[in-house]
Design a protein around this ligand. Sequence first.
Ligand code: PLP
Length: 376
Amino acid sequence: MVVTKRNILLNPGPSTTTDTVKYSQVVPDICPREKEFGGLMKGLREDLVKVVHGDLQEYTAVLFCGSGTINMDVCINSLLPADKKILIINNGAYSSRGVKICEYYGLPHINLNFPVDQLPDLKVVEGTLKENSDIALVYTTHNETGTGILNPIREIGALAHKYGAVFVVDTTSTYAMRPINVYDDNIDFCMASAQKGLQAFTGLSYVVGKRSIIEDSKKYPKRSYYCNLYMQYDFFERTGEMHFTPPVQTIYATLQALKEYWAEGEDAKWARHTRVYNAINDGLNELGFKQVIKPEWRAGLVASAIYPDDENWSFERVHDYCYERGFTIYPGKISTTNTFRLCALGAIDEKDVKDFFVVFKEALEKCDVAVPVKYK
Ligand SMILES: *Cc1c(COP(=O)(O)O)cnc(C)c1O
C-alpha cells in the first residue's frame, strides 16, 4: 500500500477516513450492471436501514449519486401530494436550503422561522399544524451543521404524526454518529451521505424511509426526472440496480466503512465522537473562545466559535497555518455573527484534537492574537 499523508479534517465533512477505507476503492474494473455489483448494493441498502434500527420489511434505503443536498431535493420534490403543503421548521442554514428547494419547485410551503441560536417553539409548531390542515409533510434538520444546534426531532415527529403528516428529517450530520432510532424518533424519512458519519467518500447519498409512503408517492406529481424517489426505489426493487450509473468506487469504500462501523459499534463510535467533541470544547474554553449555541442545546458534533474582538485575528491566516500542518478548520455559516467551526466527525480521536490545539495556539501566537482571546 502507498502511504497517504493523514490529514485531520475538522470541517463538517468530508471527514478523515481510515487507510483501509481509502484503499478499498482500488478494485478490478467492473461494470456496475453486473450481478456481482448488484449484490453488493443489496447488502449496502440493508445495512443503511439497520444503522437507524429500521425493520427491513417496513423501511428501505434508496441510493442516489450526488452530495447530500440531492437527498433533500428528492424528499421534498417527491413526497408532497398534489394540493398539499410542506411545513419547514427552520432554525438554520440547512433548513433554509430546504425552503430554497420548495421555492425552486414552486411548492406550497410554510417557512416557520426561528433564530439560529434557538430551539423551535413546539407550541408554535403545533399551532401551525392545527391551523393548516393541508400540511402533508413536515421537514426539519436534526443537527443544524451551520451552528451545531440539536433539534427535538422526536417531539416534532410526534406532532407531525398527531396531525397526519409525514415527517422528513435531514440527519446528514448525525447519521452513524449520534444514535438514531426511526421508531423512537418518529422518523418516516431520514438521510445522509457516505462522506459524513460513515467516514467514506463523496458521491453516494441515501434516503432511508418507509416503503408504504414511497409506494403511495407513485401517485404524487412528478417534479423531477433524475431526482424522483419512487422512480429510483422502483428500479432498485425490480432490478437491484441504480437507475443511472452509480458511484462505483464510493460504493466499495462505503461497504468497507460499514464493516468498520459495525466493528466499532454504535455506542463506542458515539463515545469516540463525544471524546473528540469534549476535547474541542476544552481546547476552545482554555483559549477563551465563546460559542454560538448554549451547551445544553449542542448536538455534540459541531463547535461554532465566535471570532474574537482582536484586530490581529484573521481566520485566513490561522487557517493557512493549521492547514500547512495537516489540520483543516472551517468558516461558519451564520449571516449575523462571524464564526468558525470545529467538527467531531471522521476517523479521528482525542489525541488528534490535542495535537491540533498545539498548532492552533501557535497560529494565534504567530498572528499576535491575545490569548486568552478577548471580546468587547
Ligand atoms: C452536509 C450536509 C448536507 C449536504 O450538503 P452537501 O453540500 O450537498 O454535501 C445536508 N444537510 C446537512 C445537515 C449537512 O450537514
